[in-house]
Design a protein. Structure first.
Ligand code: ATP
Ligand SMILES: O=C(O)[C@@H](O)C(=O)CO
Length: 410
């Protein structure tokens, strides 16, 4: 059975739905579940941590705790899910996490790739492409916390570990499973970054790695593993609960801004959170919920998403950390208030924002359901008191995703 450890919440939903797509009944947990948690029937399980921005020591400790839980729950193959844009801080914890897990599992070789063609990420000759351009020439170059200024994955990973890093080139992957197996019989390095530009390449890798105890990558390689192991028949609940719906958006990513604009363009009920006018999270949340009550706003969007120029202005007034803290706390309070008001389908846009919602609602985990957009599944919490959740990574989904996902039930 596959057990994945994801380094953030929306990364967890992305890898969970990749496994489901391959026909595996998949559970997703936010944080390591308490020992003895009863699990619904499943073929794969994902533990989503919040370790992406953590120091190497913290990320290793969190990942080892997740590993222990997975091993106690009959997992035979561990998948380390990092971001498809290889997001790492300057210290870089992907290498240290692989070092710790490969040593705990006594593995000699770990194959990995961030390639996720569905999200426009491909690896060729050891370089990571975002769409048609290299990673270091993409907007990730300017990311506030994890700026990516090199596109050479071998160099990026090697900077994070003393363990040798090598490459499985595209020619080998294209030759097929036998050629890749040949490389793995006499690996030139313990960590091998495998080129993959298509789902077919990832399926070749998935077949070869079917029994490997430790594999790492983004959602693409997990899809390859699941396709090799499963029935290729998406499996899991796809009926959404009746009741009210709402969306909370704290992502300021370009794609989310388009999605917010589309909700506004359709004239749907929307309320903007202004942390400069109301810097107290409880007051900000109370104001939003009063608006929701007055507007009787089924299908509402409550958002703080704003374009970079406005965002910088807010951050100058309140500070980057403080504005994020105020908004995430307010978002959590609003999420809880919406659920008390009968919201049964709740959308959150942004990884940190999703983390705040999940934490405020006390959702431990759920069954992975139908995909509203590539990498964005509905999660059906195990506890039926919680709403179905759609946790959207900032850059994922078509421009109409928020509008469609919050469409009031008829
Ligand atoms: N108007 C605003 N002013 C200041 N900070 C904001 C504002 N709106 C949102 N934020 C903060 O910006 C951060 C957005 O991060 P989040 O992870 O939610 O989105 P993202 O980075 O687009 O998503 P992902 O991690 O999935 O790519 C959050 O911490 C949020 O609180
Ligand atoms: O791999 C990705 O791009 C996403 O799953 C992600 O990690 C979102 O934070």
């Amino acid at each position: 059975m596959i057990g994945a450890i994801a380094d953030d919440v929306t990364g967890g939903t992305d890898v969970a739905v990749a496994l489901r797509r391959g026909g595996l009944r998949t559970l997703l947990f936010f944080g390591v579940p308490p020992a003895g948690t009863t699990l619904p029937a499943h073929d794969a399980v994902v533990v989503a941590l919040k370790s992406r921005m953590a120091s190497p020591q913290q990320a290793v400790a969190m990942s080892l705790e997740a590993l222990e839980w997975l091993r106690n729950n009959k997992v035979s193959q561990v998948y380390v899910k990092y971001c498809s844009t290889f997001d790492s801080t300057a210290e870089g914890n992907i290498g240290p996490v692989l070092d710790a897990l490969s040593s705990a599992l006594s593995v000699d070789v770990v194959v990995t790739t961030p390639s996720s063609p569905r999200h426009g990420r491909t690896q060729y000759r050891g370089h990571l492409f975002i769409g048609d351009g290299l990673l270091a020439e993409s907007p990730m170059r300017e990311h506030p916390v994890t700026p990516m200024r090199d596109s050479n994955l071998v160099r990026l990973l090697q900077a994070q570990t003393r363990t040798p890093v090598g490459l499985i080139g595209h020619d080998t992957v294209r030759e097929g499973a036998t050629a890749v197996r040949g490389v793995l019989e006499r690996p030139a390095a313990r960590y091998l970054l495998a080129d993959a530009t298509t789902d077919e390449d990832l399926l070749v890798l998935g077949r070869v790695l079917a029994g490997a105890p430790l594999v790492a990558g983004a959602a693409g390689l997990a899809s390859g593993l699941a396709a090799a192991a499963g029935s290729s028949q998406a499996s899991g609940p796809d009926v959404l609960p009746a009741g009210r719906s709402a969306a909370l958006s704290g992502s300021c990513s370009a794609r989310t801004l388009d999605q917010v604009a589309e909700v506004l363009r359709r004239g749907r009920p929307a309320h903007r959170l202004d942390p400069v006018a109301v810097p107290d999270p409880a007051a900000l949340a109370a104001r939003a919920l009063a608006w929701f009550d007055a507007a009787d706003a089924d299908g509402a969007l409550i958002y703080s998403s704003m374009p970079p120029e406005d965002l910088h202005r807010t951050q100058e007034v309140l500070g980057v950390q403080r504005s994020a803290r105020v908004l995430e706390r307010a978002t959590g309070l609003i999420a809880a208030g919406l659920v008390r008001r009968g919201v049964r389908r709740l959308v959150a846009a942004g990884g940190e924002t999703s983390g705040a919602v999940v934490a405020a609602l006390g959702v431990r985990g759920g069954v992975v359901g139908a995909e509203a957009a590539p990498g964005v599944p509905w999660i059906h919490p195990v506890d039926p008191a919680h709403p179905a959740l759609l946790l959207k990574s900032g850059n994922f989904g078509e421009p109409d995703l928020l509008a469609v996902a919050t469409e009031p039930a008829r």
